[in-house]
Design a protein around this ligand. Sequence first.
Ligand SMILES: C=C(O[C@@H]1C=C(C(=O)O)C=C[C@H]1O)C(=O)O
Length: 212
Amino acid sequence: MTQLPSTFRSQIERSGSEPGNPAPATASSPNADAADIVDPGWVSLASGGIEVPAGWHAWLASRDSLTERLIEAAGAGHFRVRLLAEAKGLPWPDEAHVLGLASDEQAWLREVALCVDEEPWVVARSVAPIVERHDAPFEGLGETSLGSWLFRQPDLERSAIQIGRNTRPIHGYAGLWQRRSVFRHSGWVLLVQESFMPAMGRALSLSASATG
Ligand SMILES: C=C(O[C@@H]1C=C(C(=O)O)C=C[C@H]1O)C(=O)O
């Protein structure tokens, strides 16, 4: 198992403290009371509770590898994964809730930017419960995409997709659209959240408005 960067917690804390983003009080405070819990407002994509323009809907609803789709959409652009942070840390309350973790239970956390020509198109945050004798599902991946490994796993299950607008930024990056789903495999569970950046919308001419 690799050594954990000691800077990770402060990066996580800073990521919620960017201008315009509320400080993530509960992320570092296991005893925060319920009133402090950030509710990022996730809704099921299938419910239609949030109206999504058709161009974005295709991206949010896709269930195969987002990495592969981005590489294809980037065309001649250079795709790469930039590792922003990876270590053990305290998940946000809504993440802990989804994964059935106690509010003071640590998990493996990984944050990356999926970039085209160095411009982040998607910023992702993955959370995996710590299972005794198992490394994190993303252990050792570094700047290799999680998707390139994930979708090769046999018996992979993926939950329904939830989406949100104005959900909590990831590593200070506030996207236009966010989605999350849980991947399961015999050995592990993994919550993957992806935030789609305005730069991607501009590059692919995806409408920013809910009716476009
Ligand atoms: C889950 C996938 O992997 C992508 C890559 C990630 C990473 O490397 O951490 C995280 C989330 C995804 O956007 C995918 O390609 O669908």
